[in-house]
Structures are given as structure tokens and as C-alpha cells.
Design a protein around this ligand. Structure first.
Ligand code: NI
Length: 252
């Protein structure tokens, strides 16, 4: 299994060691650690450099746009020369908490998409309550063969189909296991096999039976079991499919 989205930098060094050990215990082969803002970049890279099986993504999250500085793109460009940087992310739009920064979010999202094109790196997309604008800006960016990962996908089956038609990937995590998560379960059932990815988004969104606790990569097993059951396939088959997809997307 590959956890395509884990904020490992949110754990302190002591906790991180335990978290990594438990991830290995359940056979998590690789982990992608996206950053949220420039002050994370250094630690995200350090963790990736210290651990063979951990990789980094660099980007500024839509809720952190006030931390985006004039030199942020240059910093990402420079740090991306490091081979452990495998994507730009997480980037995107979030209208759930605030719509005040809408215009700024769109501008910074588009500039980071341009950078991803320049660096030929896949993009990890955060889209919350902003499906239409996210879709339109991604289309406008004319990404060519740059891979797009719709992280923690929260749209309808219809929107999922719109995205996969573009060749974009759908990453699902703990939310699928929530009892009332009707829409995510429908999406989990219908995503084309070659576009499905799994993730934790830890330390957030722990799957049942850990719901409400601090999430970590080892808990991804619960989400994987749930998604396999929804799709009517074995856990082994699901792991095979999603691992293959993740290896391709991130060129690992
Ligand atoms: Ni995230």
C-alpha cells in the first residue's frame, strides 16, 4: 500500500518514529508527505531525506495563502531539484472556511499550477466546496500530461466522472468508512480502477474504528478494507491496483 497523502511533519520526532514503525508493520511501502505552507518545507524535506520510503510534495494550501510570499515560487523551484520531491501540493481552493480570500486563492493556485507545468511534476489538489472553480482553473492551466490527484475527493459521482474523464486521479481516505458518508461510498464504488488512489490525510480524518483520534498511515488499512468491500474485490486486489496507480502517478 502507498499512502499518497500524509502530513507526517505534523508529528514531533518521537511520535514520528512510532508512526513510521507502525506504518511499516502494516506494510505501507511508500508515503507521500505534502506540505501546506513555506515554513513546513524544510521539515517535510528532512523527513523524506531521512527515510527511503517517504517522499515530499511542496506547495501552499489554500487556507495558508497569506503565508505565500513573493519568493515562494522560487523557493519551491529551488527545493524541487531534490529528487525526493515528487509533486506540487497540496494546492487548490477551499471555500468552506472562508470565501474572503477567494480571489487570492485562485491566483496562487494558478501560479502553482504553472510552476508544476514548468517542473513537470504532478499536482495534489485540495478542493473543498469549490468544485466548479477548481475544475475550471485546472482546465484553464492546460496541464497536458501533468498528472492531477484530487485529494480527499468530496464531490458527487457525477463530478468524479467529470474528473476521471480528464484523466485525473481520485484519492480516497478515512471519510469512506464513516457511517453516513453516502456520497463518498458511491464514489468509492464507481471510480475507474486505473484512477483510484488511497491516502490517510493524517493526522486528520481517521477512519472507523479510530474516528476522532489522531490519524496515521497504519490506519489506512481500515479505509482500504472498506473500499475493497464496497467494490466487491479482495484487499489484495485493491492494494495491487492502487499501488500500481500511485507508482505511475508519482513516478516512483
Ligand atoms: Ni492534506
Amino acid at each position: 500500500m502507498i499512502d499518497t497523502h500524509a502530513h507526517l511533519d505534523s508529528f514531533d520526532d518521537t511520535k514520528l518514529k512510532e508512526v513510521i514503525k507502525r506504518a511499516k508493520d502494516v506494510k505501507i511501502e511508500k508515503i507521500i508527505n505534502p506540505s501546506a505552507e513555506p515554513s513546513n518545507f524544510e521539515r517535510v524535506l528532512k523527513i523524506a531525506e531521512e527515510n527511503d520510503f517517504i517522499f515530499a510534495a511542496l506547495g501552499v494550501h489554500p487556507e495558508e495563502v497569506d503565508k505565500f510570499e513573493d519568493d515562494t515560487l522560487d523557493e519551491i523551484r529551488r527545493l524541487s531539484e531534490n529528487k525526493k520531491v515528487v509533486a506540487i501540493g497540496e494546492i487548490g481552493l477551499d471555500y468552506y472556511w472562508t470565501t474572503d480570500t477567494k480571489e487570492k486563492q485562485k491566483e496562487i493556485f494558478s501560479r502553482q499550477l504553472e510552476l508544476a507545468k514548468e517542473l513537470k511534476l504532478p499536482v495534489i489538489i485540495h478542493d473543498r466546496e469549490a468544485h466548479e472553480d477548481t475544475y475550471n482553473l485546472l482546465k484553464l492551466a492546460d496541464l497536458g500530461d501533468i498528472k492531477v490527484i484530487m485529494h480527499c475527493f468530496s464531490g458527487s459521482v457525477e463530478f468524479m466522472k467529470q474528473c476521471t474523464k480528464e484523466g485525473w486521479y481520485i484519492a480516497l481516505g478515512g471519510v469512506v468508512t464513516f457511517k453516513n458518508a453516502v456520497k463518498p461510498k458511491e464514489v468509492a464504488k464507481n471510480v475507474p480502477s486505473d484512477k483510484l488512489l488511497i491516502e490517510t490525510d493524517c493526522p486528520y480524518l481517521a477512519p472507523v474504528p479510530y474516528r476522532g483520534k489522531e490519524n496515521e498511515p497504519s490506519y489506512m488499512l481500515e479505509s482500504a478494507k472498506c473500499i475493497a468491500e464496497i467494490r466487491g474485490i479482495s484487499l489484495e486486489e485493491l492494494n495491487k491496483i492502487t499501488t500500481k496507480n500511485a507508482l505511475e502517478v508519482f513516478k516512483l
